[in-house]
Design a protein around this ligand. Structure first.
Ligand code: ZN
Length: 69
C-alpha cells in the first residue's frame, strides 16, 4: 500500500542537496530504505546518501518554535 503525499505531509530533505530523506506525517517520520519502511518518532539523524551531509530532525518540535513563557 502506497502512502500518498498530501498537504498534511511535509518532506524532510537534505539541507544541502535537497535529496528526499523522509516524509513527516504528524509527529512521525517515514523513512524508506529499499523495500523497508521505518516510522520514527522523536529525534533522528542521518547522513545524506548522496552528499553525506548530516541532517537532523526532531519530530517533537515541528517547524514552529516553542515559545518560552
Ligand atoms: Zn545531500
Amino acid at each position: 500500500m502506497q502512502s500518498e503525499i498530501g498537504h498534511q505531509n511535509s518532506q524532510w530533505r537534505c539541507r544541502k542537496c535537497g535529496t528526499l530523506l523522509g516524509v513527516a506525517t504528524g509527529d512521525e517520520v517515514e523513512v524508506r530504505y529499499k523495500t523497508a519502511v521505518y516510522r520514527v518518532r522523536g529525534e533522528l539523524a542521518t547522513d545524506c546518501r548522496k552528499c553525506g551531509t548530516a541532517n537532523r530532525l526532531d519530530t517533537r518540535h515541528p517547524r514552529h518554535e516553542r515559545r518560552c513563557a
